[in-house]
Write a protein that binds this ligand. Sequence first.
Ligand code: SF4
Ligand code: SF4
Length: 362
Amino acid sequence: MKSDPPTKTCLVSIQKSNYETINIRTLLEPLGGMKHYIQKGERVLLKTSLLLPSEPKKAVVTHPAVIQALAETILDIGAVPYIGDSPSGQFTKRRLEKTYRKSGLVTVAKNLGIDLNYDTGVTKIDIPRGKKLKKTPFCNYILYADKIIAVPKIKTHSYMIMTLATKIMYGAVPGLTKAKYHSLFFRRAAFADMLLDVLSVKKPDLIVMDGVTGMQGDGPSGGTPVDLEVLLASEDAIAMDLTVCDMLSIEPIWIPTLRQAKIRHLWPSKIRYPLLAPQDVRYTGFQLPSSANSLISGSKNHRQQPIPTEECTACGQCVEICPKQAIQIRDHRASVDYTKCIACYCCHEICPYDAIKLDYIK
Ligand code: SF4
Ligand code: SF4
């Protein structure tokens, strides 16, 4: 039975910025300001992105200037900010110390008199509605926060193509368990679904994206810094990532998390831009990781195409999911316009009757 997808309009606030002129107040104004999200006395986690110990100029980690500006705004309200992440490798106090120091966060914490998280405790939690992950260890520093502000960075990712807001809560999974999940969910689609399951446990209350200096090429650690000069803010991770794709002229369906989110009906029906729009801050020539070459050169001639079969009941679910409006129902059967099709296979994945086969078209 076909159910109607939810309709949802999301706001994404976009501002031109460099690290010296960050103005959180202006950025958050269209969303209701920081007070809309944070109350006096609350413990507010600034969930930064700390892949490994790395200097901010290399663009591997969220820049400390963004964290500092957010912490100052939270302190102004009388709330209690603290900074945390679970970097790659062992989730230990020693590893955290090294990562915080190298990424400039020890200085931020000292300047403002706020805490860096050193609690490496975890709690096993159930995710009954998880598509791939039904239970997982989950870091206490996230579970015990009253509010979460996630602060991802615009970066490429050789496996997930881009690492953006939808992936930021993977830092809730402690250290080496993250590596274990890479082997457990070794297909991109399964890994992306697992990330969406993790995100569903504790969604950030607010996301502020560090796009001042991003990373292009073979990220998330081996790429090159690129000056994009933007900050973005939104409550919705998917809307944020769709916006970044628009700004960088990336086909969103190439990003596995966005592709799986589309299949799970998590895309907003509309995104509003109260300040700048993606076209106002468009960056041309952004380099994706080399692992994305087959997607880009696409060469759909060398890729299998979706072919509706006799099993089709004309239920229309593939029509609805197709990101390129390449499918229509004709004569009671789905029909694909291959001049529009980008071979993302969302239709194949969603068809409840197994009525789309994948094959090469002569
Ligand atoms: S191909 Fe599948 S999803 Fe598309 S209309 Fe036919 S039965 Fe429905
Ligand atoms: S594979 Fe082609 S027809 Fe199917 S959803 Fe993707 S773009 Fe649309």
